[in-house]
Design a protein. Structure first.
Length: 671
């Protein structure tokens, strides 16, 4: 057969640990592209268009590769004829896949076919990714044969039967045994069976399960006296502490959900959350003794101060409805108003059961509580731990800020499980923490170098991913080996299904870039008092009718090994220290300052490594940058205030008059 290399393509790589890559090399396979009538039809079409078959195959393969690596930035509308008249596309960077075509045998010859010789580096692409691309190319070509004058972008690239296989690929498996309907039920059961077992330790104090349940019951009665009923919401204004955990559990025992307030946020932000929550009462806890609650609480709202000397509850409380709300957490909103995300007890219990099964958490474990109550990882640290009958070890504010103090706490309390920010891990020495059997990370991209430093024979290292709308973590990946690239975010937890879709919410082929959607029992109820946003984000997919899914807005792709790679956002939302921040909200806050005419905010590389929130501002000459930041700090939470401001005479624009964000990022990175 005559062969000619017709396409040198660059597909996104399937990153692997370096020890795996070192054992691999180039692989070459012959794959039949078209047979029989389809092969003859392509030859006939190419003859009518006066183009060689290999030109058509090349053009379609290059077109597919462009669509493969992009989400919504599709090529301009064009037909097959337009395509073959263009110059060959040269991929940026080295190619990862080469196709060589053997032209069809003469008409009438048995076994007429078009066969491709496919070569790729197995250290870069895994065979399932290559096969998926090849199947999509075949599908695109057969669609072209049926619709030769159609816009290529409108033609299907998922083969017949492929949707079902993609749904199967995304399914996380069967759920764990349902040992408890709600987490509070599990906690009360531990309190009855093992009342003296340590439940929470903080600042030298330890609460047993019996004492924890009694104190939570007492606070629940105080909330009832203050008018809190089933289904109500209660504000929780406290640093993370034993008292805060008592307050969380007390809200549940009263049949209410808790709504944490960030003790570090300005009064303006707190007032937005407090008023929007429609709460019936407020719990004040650790670190709020000097706070002026009247500055942000609605007038007349009952306040209950958490204390350690409350008398025990007088009797048992009514069982909880799993469908009732457990908590409401707030994240940045594009309108400038924080959006409240409501999660039920059923979703909370499902997450706790699955994460405890994955991490093998038992009553012998001591789990670090590092996050503040406003951050959803605190849900894992507190409720998954208590559901397992294990001990919560709360880090105080000093230990969270000082790696040496944190190390001392981990050693003194013999902590066995900890979820820590990726940025903190390089400041800790894993060799100094022999009791720490499992470390998990999440909330932001994980540098590959951390895997080799922390994963060992005696310590597991896990990467977790999940927006608050999917109850803390909805995909997990245990990591081993050495990585030079960010490792994958893993596969869905049991009971949940992941879908990778295009902008029309239709399935993307395995390996292609798309938006991650999730279905299953982990999904939140929706956004508090915001049915329009809820309907937009929690929807159905046309190819999976009846399944309620959450659109994460995150771009991912299925790897060859069946795990998901995280590739960034489809919108202008970013993560700062694990918190979601809408860049538009930050820009609005900056432009609300008198004298600021324009502001564009981006995440850019920081000096010394990492990334930082930075702003390019056009302002009157009399407005100092320090003044702008001080005013923004009165509106935004601390993590959303830009770390750097750069002045400009004007905002760079593209030729069509839009903000040139590439140029903005370049200006912000140059300083």
């Amino acid at each position: 057969m005559n062969q000619a290399v017709v396409a040198c393509l660059r597909l996104l790589p399937d990153h692997r640990s370096t020890c795996e890559v070192s054992l691999l090399g180039t692989r070459v396979e012959r794959m039949p592209l078209l047979r029989g009538d389809d092969a003859r039809a392509l030859r006939k079409l190419c003859n009518e268009m006066s183009i060689p078959v290999d030109w058509a195959v090349r053009g379609l393969a290059e077109h597919l590769a462009v669509r493969w690596n992009r989400y919504a930035d599709a090529p301009d509308a064009l037909t097959l004829r337009d395509l073959v008249e263009q110059d060959s596309v040269v991929a940026d960077g080295p190619d990862t896949l080469r196709l060589a075509v053997a032209t069809p045998r003469p008409e009438g010859t048995p076994g007429v076919e078009i066969e491709l010789s496919v070569s790729w580096d197995e250290g870069v692409l895994e065979r399932p990714t290559v096969v998926a691309f090849f199947d999509s190319l075949r599908t695109l070509i057969t669609e072209c044969l049926a619709h030769p004058d159609a816009d290529l972008a409108e033609l299907a690239v998922v083969p017949a039967g492929g949707v079902g296989r993609l749904i199967e690929l995304g399914h996380g498996g069967e759920i764990a045994t349902i040992r408890y309907r709600t987490v509070p039920e599990a906690v009360l059961d531990w309190a009855v069976r093992y009342p003296e077992r340590a439940a929470v330790s903080y600042a030298g104090r330890t609460l047993g399960y019996g004492h924890l349940a009694a104190q939570a019951g007492a606070v629940a009665e105080a909330l009832a006296t203050s008018g809190v009923s089933d289904g109500d919401r209660v504000l929780l204004y406290s640093q993370q502490s034993d008292l805060a955990i008592v307050g969380m559990l007390a809200c549940h025992l009263r049949g209410a959900s808790y709504v944490p307030l960030d003790v570090d946020s300005p009064a303006t932000r707190l007032r937005q959350v407090a008023v929007g929550a429609g709460a019936t009462a407020c719990l004040l806890g650790e670190g709020t003794e000097k706070a002026d609650a009247a500055a942000f609480l609605p007038p007349g709202l009952p306040v209950v101060r958490l204390r350690r000397d409350l008398p025990a509850a007088s009797g048992p409380l009514a069982p909880l409805n799993p469908a009732a709300a457990a908590y409401v957490l707030h994240s940045s909103g594009s309108t400038g108003v924080p959006k409240g995300i409501e999660v039920t007890h059923a979703s909370l219990a499902h997450f706790c059961r699955e994460i405890n099964d994955a991490y093998a958490v038992t009553s012998d474990d001591r789990v670090l509580a590092f996050a503040r109550p406003v951050f959803d990882i605190s849900v894992f640290e507190v409720f998954a731990t208590l559901a397992a009958g294990a001990q919560v070890v709360v880090a105080d504010a000093d230990a969270r800020m000082d790696p040496m103090l944190l190390t001392d706490l981990l050693l003194a309390e013999k902590v066995t499980v900890a979820e820590l920010p990726p940025a903190l891990l390089p400041l800790l020495n894993p060799d100094e923490l022999p009791c720490l059997r499992l470390v998990s990370v999440g909330g932001e991209a994980v540098p590959g170098a951390l895997v080799g430093e922390w994963a060992s024979a005696g310590r597991q290292f896990w990467n977790g991913y999940g927006p608050t709308e999917t109850t803390v973590a909805v995909t997990l990946q245990r990591l081993t080996g050495q990585w030079t690239a960010p490792p994958p975010i893993g596969r869905p937890i049991p009971g949940c299904t992941a879908y990778v879709v295009d902008e029309t919410l239709r399935m993307r082929p395995r390996g292609a870039v798309g938006e991650l959607c999730v279905s299953g029992p982990s999904l939140a109820t929706g956004y508090l008092n915001d049915p329009i946003r809820t309907t937009a984000s929690f929807t159905e997919l046309p190819e999976v009718p009846g399944a309620r899914v959450y659109r994460t807005g995150d771009l991912v792709r299925w790897r060859g090994d069946g795990a998901l790679d995280y590739l960034g956002r489809a919108d202008r939302q970013v993560k700062v220290n694990g918190y979601r921040v809408e860049l538009a909200e930050v820009e609005d806050a900056l432009m609300a300052v008198g004298g600021v005419r324009q502001a564009i905010v981006e995440m850019v590389a920081a000096i010394g490594g990492g990334r930082t929130l930075s702003a390019l501002v056009v302002a009157d000459t009399h407005v100092a940058h320090g003044e702008i930041l001080m005013c923004a700090a009165d509106i935004l939470p601390p993590y959303a205030v830009p770390g750097r401001l750069v002045g400009a005479d004007k905002i760079p624009l593209t030729l069509n008059g839009k903000v040139d964000r590439v140029a903005v990022a370049r200006l912000l990175s140059e300083l």
